[in-house]
Design a protein around this ligand. Sequence first.
Ligand SMILES: [Zn+2]
Length: 261
Amino acid sequence: MAIYKTEGIILKHYNLREADRILTIYTKDYGKISAVAKGVRRSRSKLRGATQPLTYADLVLYQGKSMDTVTQCEIKEMFVALREDLYRWAYAVYMVELLDAMVPERQPQERVFVRFLTALHLVATLEEPETGALFFTVDLLGLLGYQPVLHRCASCHGSPKQEGGWVLSGSLGGLLCPDCAPLDPQGYRLAGGEIAVWRRLLELEIRLLPRLKISPILRKRLFQSLGYYLRYQLERRLKSVAFLQHLSLLEGDKKNPPKEN
Ligand SMILES: [Zn+2]
């Protein structure tokens, strides 16, 4: 049995027996793993604080027959700004659920790990955290091989001559022009402008993201079209999306009523 070290971000946990907890961790070197943290729910456990969801930590694990055990967990970052703001926290929880749903166990992808970490920082610090979450969603689809065709019609390969009537199709893997739109009656009818933002996010260097301004209405439209596309890929709806929509109705619109521009 081997002991191994890595760094990782705790995605979620659930309680096991009296004092133990099963953690799902996205690690830099091994991808997504499940591991047990023993005795962690006892008040004197050293692992207790470090195994909370959305903690970035140095980990030492012991390889077990059926499941590995976390033996040491040292906090590198707790993302306090996320924990202190319900709006930011909700977007971080959405990114966790998205990552957890999209990546298989034990398939390391260091670029995904680095991007996830960067995205958590963005959602913790950007004036508009939703932009960080949108950036991560767009980026993750590309990194994991789910990038839809966005520069031309996925069926006839025609370029956009007009704005209206285009559809995003999950089954055909991208945009459909007004002529080809009937090929996917379940396709998502675009409201306008959201694909331009999607493309902009794909091309943008991360360091420029804090300066990017996306109007609330376009953020909402992009979030909705990504939601459609993710539902198609995952064959289910992410639970956190409903909560985000609820929050945005309560907070986002009150602060920034959507305006056309
Ligand atoms: Zn077409």
